[in-house]
Write a protein that binds this ligand. Structure first.
Ligand code: ADP
Ligand code: MG
Length: 827
């Protein structure tokens, strides 16, 4: 342990030593660059570009280029990059993670690497966690790039923009509170935003645009990959709050789906049934958020439903288990809320509402049935990718956050990203007090309120961090009872909440916020607050990872400000209850603590730390596990998308067809040629491409579902001493082979079947114009997001019967090569 810490420490020291001379070199350029006029400064961009074009290495240009950016920032924003920000800029340029504490100015640090990497003209992306921050950072940093002659784009969900300062305002200082309102943004097409030298946008927009680009039927519809003509290149991205995206959200794949027709009867039936079930009929695994039926339960349900063997009908079991989960594991106003007759997910990490997102695999419907709101249809996955795999597309990926080093191992192992800890500009003098531990929730909250009251009376500002909207509301209720004025932030309206939290450091301010609320917004201290001890942060429970505790503490004590923080813990907190283990439970019984006294016991502090470690380890394993499965899918997706791009650009179709016909022999060949002769020249060119695209898309979408089922299916085999992952890889490979073989077969058969052709009326699949189809399309996280372990759970292997998707004459899903009716579809 000690050795390991020492290694990290030594390594970090070496990094800093390495960076220092580069910083000195940048500083060496300062006087010379300062002497340049604005026009001359701008000319530097062209100069760098031509030097790069002549083969000069970026590293050689870096010191001068960074000095140019620093000077541009000084002139436009009156901010001169600190030396530590230069260090961060170098680290970002090197494709690593720069850990820079909250308030250290990551937004400004990023400009250095963005500028240098945009010079090649292949685009540099800055990824933010929400639309507001994309707008804010684009408008905030825009003037720097503008002065240097670079264009800056901004992607929001509804609209894309280009940065454009009104000529007169160019030199004025912009009120930071007004940034993000869009005053300096002009609406443009998404292509234009991507064509900009630098593009700010959220992870969701970048990811979904990528998926949509791989569903288009014409190159001109591509927004992300094509505009520059450098087809398929993902050049450089800096991910802000990189730990949030690559760790907290790592289990959240992006999914594009459309609704599917299915009966709601089962959901309703089971929603009525579940409340009648006795607890001994099923077992609940709170850690994994799964349920399964006991022998007793199975017998009872078979009787209730009048079926002989429940497990002969996977669909029934699946529906039933989802119904039980809906009742027993998913709580209204904690995991979701009901609004306007709809079930809306509350993000478990951030407490944020996720309208439009649905739990997958029927769980959402089961919850709708439970709540008695209209049940929405199941949906079919059209395309999906995890953030992890999206970001792996970039030739160079960098990240920044206040908290990365605790997860350095994961960043290294899974993403091949090194973490470099950047020193703070000024020393951190915040005081982090020891936890106060109480016996139960009531006592804990009473103590929290007492501390808030005390601080409020002294007019010292307090920020209270919670883990959910529900807990925000509880605190708010208690504060109201004590007549303490306060603000509540639920991460619902980022722009408005940013304005509120920016003032959380003023005298007497009391702010209650979920983890993500106001994230990215700097809390500056109001006048007279330093003397009161700065901002005091209260954590209402320890989080599942130390990293998130640190994030909350980090809201205070920025840029050398005074500040303090304290966490409150109750022995019946979720973390302690679920992961605390036997010891805590025994302690609670053994000692007869008075409720209102905080417990100070070394064993308990140790248990908390141990519980946190256990969760971190548990979650790391889940993510690693998911990655292993995801890798398989990812490779296949890459192959499919590459093939799709070839077809889209009319490459290789004729060869494929020729090769296929060659194998099939003469009669087919003749038939095909006759068919082609009946088409006009334009049709002959367009039709094969169109049909191939349609066929490929359809096969691929079914394949996605298949892999999903396979992934569940193989878990059962863990019992038979076989490694599920190996089994999965083998079968996934087999089914993929089948897919590739079927592609030509299917596409050519379809081509032969086309009778009357008039190109415009040809059925394009429902997904061709995604933007126009927005209504129907939903963007989903599957329930593995919440049960965390769809991939690893042996208790939930069953899904909708494959019969619904395969025709009797289709090749069987298991990859045996036999027809379905002769294989798994028999009987
Ligand atoms: P972070 O993202 O690291 O939490 P921000 O980018 O939001 O921090 O910046 C925090 C604050 O620091 C901002 O108000 C910004 O104006 C200020 N700041 C950052 N860098 C500088 C600098 N070099 N000079 C002056 N102020 C700076
Ligand atoms: Mg920030």
């Amino acid at each position: 342990m000690w050795n390991w810490l020492k290694n990290i420490f030594d390594h970090q020291q070496r990094q800093l030593k390495r960076l220092k001379p580069i910083v000195a070199e940048i500083n060496g350029w300062e006087a010379k660059i300062k002497a340049l006029s604005n026009a001359k400064l701008k000319e530097k961009t062209a100069e760098f570009r031509s030097r790069l074009a002549q083969g000069e290495r970026e590293e050689l240009i870096l010191p001068e280029a960074f000095a140019v950016v620093r000077e541009a920032a000084r002139r436009t924003l009156q901010m001169r990059h600190y030396d530590v920000q230069l260090m961060a800029g170098i680290v970002l340029h090197e494709g690593k993670i720069a850990e820079q504490k909250t308030g250290e100015g990551k937004t400004l640090s990023a400009t250095l690497a963005l500028y240098l990497n945009a010079l090649t003209g292949q685009g540099a992306h800055l990824v933010t966690v929400n639309d507001y921050l994309a707008r804010r950072d684009c408008e905030w940093m825009g003037p720097i790039f503008h002065l240097l002659g670079l264009t800056v784009g901004c992607l929001n969900h509804e609209q894309a923009y280009l940065f454009q300062p009104p000529a007169a305002k160019e030199k004025e200082t912009i009120n930071p509170a007004h940034l993000g309102r869009g005053d300096f943004l002009v609406p443009v097409t998404r292509q234009e935003a991507y064509r900009a030298d630098i593009t700010y946008g959220t992870n969701n927009e970048f990811g979904f645009d990528y998926l949509r680009d791989n569903m288009v039927y014409d190159l001109s519809e591509m927004v992300q990959t094509c505009p520059r003509g450098d087809y398929g290149v993902h050049h450089f991205a800096i991910v802000d709050e990189v730990d949030f995206l690559l760790i907290d959200q790592a289990r959240t794949p992006l999914i594009i789906s459309i609704p599917q027709e299915e009966s709601n009867e089962l959901y309703l039936k089971f929603a009525r049934l579940v409340p009648q079930l006795l607890p001994e009929y099923y077992e609940i695994d709170e850690k994994r958020k799964t349920v399964h039926l006991t022998e007793l339960g199975i017998a009872k349900i078979e009787k209730l439903l009048g079926v002989k063997n429940l497990y002969q009908n996977f669909a029934l079991v699946h529906h039933l288990e989802q119904a039980i989960r809906a009742y027993k594991l998913f709580q209204r106003d904690r995991d979701y809320i009901v609004q306007d007759n709809q079930v809306i997910i509350v993000d478990e990490f951030t407490g944020r509402l996720m309208p439009g997102r649905r739990y997958a695999e029927g769980l959402h419907q089961a919850i709708e049935a439970k709540e008695g709101v209209p049940i929405q249809k199941e949906s079919k996955t059209l395309a999906t990718i995890t953030f992890q795999n999206y970001f792996r597309l970039y030739q160079k990926l960098a990240g920044m956050t206040g908290t990365a080093i605790t997860e350095a191992e994961e960043f290294q192992k899974i993403y091949n990203l090194e973490v470099v800890v950047i020193p703070t500009h000024r020393p951190v003098i915040r005081r982090d007090y020891a936890d106060r531990i109480y016996k139960n929730q009531r006592a804990k909250y009473a103590a929290i309120i007492a501390e808030i009251k005390e601080k409020y009376q002294q007019q010292q500002p307090v920020l209270i961090g919670t883990t959910s909207v529900e807990k925000n509301e509880l605190i708010s209720k208690l504060l109201k009872r004590h007549h303490i004025p306060h603000q509540v932030l639920n991460a619902k309206n980022h722009q408005r909440e940013a304005e509120i939290i920016a003032r959380a450091g003023e005298k007497g301010a009391v702010t209650v916020a979920t983890n993500l609320a106001g994230r990215g917004t700097d809390i500056k201290l109001g006048p007279g607050v330093k003397e009161l001890g700065g901002l005091h942060v209260i954590g209402t429970e320890r989080h599942e990872a130390r990293r998130i505790d640190l994030q909350l503490r980090g809201r205070s004590g920025r840029q050398g400000d005074p500040g303090s923080s304290r966490f409150y813990v109750a022995l019946d907190d979720d973390l302690m209850r679920i992961f605390g283990g036997e010891q805590i439970a025994r302690l609670m019984e053994r000692f007869n603590f008075p409720e209102d006294q905080p417990i100070e016991h070394p064993l308990i502090s140790k248990q908390i730390a141990a519980a946190q470690k256990r969760v971190e380890g548990f979650n790391f394993d889940l993510r690693k596990h998911l990655v292993e499965y995801d890798d398989v899918i990812n490779k296949q997706r890459e192959i499919i998308y590459q093939l799709r791009r070839q077809i889209l650009t009319n490459q290789g179709i004729e060869e494929r067809i020729a090769r296929f016909l060659e194998e099939k022999g003469a009669p087919l060949k003749t038939k095909y040629e006759e068919k082609m002769a009946s088409f006009s020249p334009a049709e002959r060119k367009a039709l094969p491409r169109l049909i191939y695209l349609q066929t490929l898309d359809q096969l691929w979408m079914d394949h996605i579902d298949l892999l999903d089922e396979l992934r569940r299916g193989v878990q059962l085999r863990g019992y038979a001493q076989r490694d599920p992952l190996v089994e999965f890889k083998n079968e996934a490979f087999q089914t993929f082979k089948t897919l590739m073989e079927r592609l030509d077969q299917e596409a050519i058969t379809r081509l032969l079947r086309i009778e009357v052709i008039s190109a415009p009326t040809l059925d394009r699949p429902q997904i061709t114009n995604l933007r126009a189809e927005q209504e129907k399309i939903s963007y989903t996280i599957p329930s593995s997001e919440t049960n965390g372990t769809a991939a690893s759970s042996p208790t939930q292997p069953f899904r909708k019967s494959e019969k619904q998707k395969l025709g009797r004459n289709d090749p069987c899903w298991c990859g045996s090569g036999k027809k379905y009716k002769k294989c798994h579809g028999r009987g």
